[in-house]
Design a protein around this ligand. Structure first.
Ligand code: ADP
Ligand code: MG
Length: 568
């Protein structure tokens, strides 16, 4: 009878795992430690994939991008206080980027934390997380785990997606509950991200404005990529004949070599368009807030599709707000276009095409050099070819010049294949994104990293090797941040933006059994990447770039404040 009674019990550990599994969660990204070590072990034993990282920020970034790729919340599991704080950076970044993720952190004893009596890793984590994410919950009783997990999932993926914090105190895990009662307490979230239909009036209004346009433009943002309404979006653009401009993570939603792509004529279309339809793109700093020199003097009308009503009029007046999910909104607009439509004036299309041709020709000159040392363009010329030949590979990209130039040079051909620094322009997403991209999609991943950007997550190459993931990291090594030339005017130390000269990052990979290659020409680079992508072996290629190549802060140097009293 004793044994029978035991079998009828469950506990907090198992209820967390059962709740995640019931809701279709397949993978946990995290770093083990007190009090969640056994939770990770048990989750693995129960068939969840548990990917253990070296630092929580990268596990968090992995969870965030898993959320972006799958529309299911990515799960990051951390220990209390410091581990939680490390994960919190990724949670805040996910929220900023509208990626659904759940940061689950173990925490110390509430009674001691609240009286500030100095517990192991004492911290009021719930209060700290709250302002940095979309929602934050704590579960104190094992019978509430089902509800807690359900709330976290719904909060992460419904409406504008974002990060959710779930606080699980150490004591919760070992709380014992009758198994049947426990099972009944679990909640399978029904329709976690319900379609949100736009009002018919908002569609009519938007169509009226669009029909009046002489020089219309569609801007696709990463919200459009996230929405997975790829066919509707393509059909709307091709049926209406309106040129489109992809934001960086929306590249590939339609191929960059599509005849209606205005990517290579960006400054022209932003200036000269008269009606702009924003689809899952915010008018934040990345679009110069919808005003100023970038947008020219001609009067401009904005139509905006977004699931978040508060986004409307955030920077400039939106004459036709369309609030709803992108799939539903675009379908409704497409119906309207099919019911009666005149293609945009051919002059507009011709102007864009002429500008594109000039810019593409100018660029292709710079990509062809096969010289040593490489500059950013000659190295990127080789990588552009790699993605052209392997359009289903995933490109992860971070850095300053490495990011800005790769975004322009490397064409994308399929949706959600380009993952990068996002809304904050943050450094450190590289290895976390690369790992989750490989885990979630099974596709080969090419991570193109500045040497500085790589440093933020570089230790995770061990994780890549440990899980034997098909990730090829290319480091554009120009000996430093922006460039490799700074010196200390006093002669005491290295300059503030330089690293050890001629570092061999490839040797790091070899330390963990991966493949390391050092290359100095575009041909060598292309060959090494091809080999890595063919073999699927974890590979790190140290691509030697001229230390004089690159500019301060890449394309956004103007954001640096200038001192007017710089000492000589
Ligand atoms: P980008 O940086 O590519 O311009 P942003 O991150 O600024 O893109 O904008 C993405 C926008 O997409 C956010 O305002 C978000 O609310 C919106 N969004 C995300 N998912 C959806 C969806 N399924 N339907 C409608 N809007 C969405
Ligand atoms: Mg550099």
């Amino acid at each position: 009878a004793g044994a029978d009674a035991e079998q009828e019990l469950t506990d907090g550990f198992h209820l967390v795992i059962d709740a995640l599994k019931l809701n279709g969660i397949e993978t946990i990204y995290g770093v083990p430690g007190i009090p969640i070590t056994d939770l990770g072990r048990m989750a693995q034993a129960e068939g969840l994939r548990v990917i253990s990282f070296r630092h929580e920020q990268h596990a968090g970034n992995a969870a965030a991008i898993a959320g972006f790729l799958t529309k299911k919340p990515g799960i990051c599991l951390t220990v209390s206080a410091p581990g939680f704080l490390n994960g919190l950076t990724a949670l805040a970044n996910a929220t900023t980027n509208c990626f659904p993720m759940i940061l689950i952190s173990g925490s110390s004893e509430r009674e001691i934390v609240d009286l500030q009596q100095g517990d192991y890793e004492e911290m009021d984590q719930l209060a700290i997380a709250k302002p940095l994410c979309k929602a934050a919950f704590r579960v104190l009783h094992a019978e509430d785990i089902g509800i807690g997990v359900a709330r976290a999932i719904r909060a992460a993926v419904s409406g504008r997606p974002g990060g959710v914090y779930l606080d699980l105190p150490a004591k919760l895990f070992s709380q014992v509950v009758d198994a049947e009662k426990g099972a009944k307490s679990l909640v399978k979230v029904i329709d976690p991200a319900p379609a949100q239909l736009p009002s018919p009036a908002s569609i009519t209004r938007a169509l009226d404005v669009l029909k009046g346009a002489k020089r219309p433009l569609i801007i696709l943002g990463k919200g459009a990529a996230y929405a997975q309404a790829d066919d509707e979006i393509r059909s709307f653009i091709e049926t209406s004949g309106i040129p489109f401009l992809p934001m960086s993570m929306a590249k590939g939603l339609l191929p960059d070599n599509h005849e209606l792509s205005a990517g290579a004529a960006r400054s022209t279309v932003l200036k000269d368009s008269d009606v702009v339809l924003l689809v899952g793109a915010r008018l934040n700093w990345l679009l110069s807030h919808g005003k100023g020199k970038t947008w020219g003097d001609a009067p401009k009308q904005f139509i905006q599709i977004d699931i978040e009503p508060k986004e409307m009029d955030s920077n400039v007046e939106i004459v036709a707000p369309v609030v709803g999910d992108i799939g539903s909104c675009i379908s409704a607009l497409l119906d309207g276009v099919k019911a009666g439509w005149t293609a945009p004036p051919s002059e507009w299309i011709e102007t864009i095409k002429a500008r594109k041709d000039v810019n593409i020709a100018k660029m292709s000159q710079r990509l062809l050099k096969n010289s040593t040392p490489m500059d950013f363009h000659s190295a990127l010329g080789a990588l552009k070819q790699v993605i052209k030949e392997r359009p289903d590979a995933i490109l992860v990209n971070e850095g300053a010049n490495t990011l800005d130039l790769a975004r322009g040079v490397i064409d994308m051909y399929q949706p959600r294949k380009r993952l990068d620094v996002g809304t904050w322009g943050v450094m450190g997403i590289g290895m976390g994104f690369a790992i989750a991209a490989a885990v979630e999609t099974g596709k080969p991943v090419l991570a193109v990293e500045g040497d500085s950007a790589f440093g933020f997550s570089g230790m995770e190459v061990e994780t890549i090797c440990r899980y034997n993931l098909p990730v090829c990291v290319v480091i554009f090594n120009n000996n430093g941040i922006y460039r490799g030339l700074d010196t200390d005017p006093t002669g005491r130390d290295p300059g503030t933006t330089v690293f050890v000269k001629n570092s061999r990052y490839d040797l790091m990979m070899e330390a963990f059994g991966g493949v390391g290659v050092n290359v100095t020409t575009p041909d060598e680079l292309k060959r090494a990447v091809d080999e890595a992508m063919n073999s699927g072996k974890p590979t790190l290629i140290n691509a030697v770039i001229d230390p004089a190549a690159g500019s301060e802060s890449g394309n956004i140097g103007s954001l640096n404040p200038q001192s007017v009293v710089k000492k000589k």
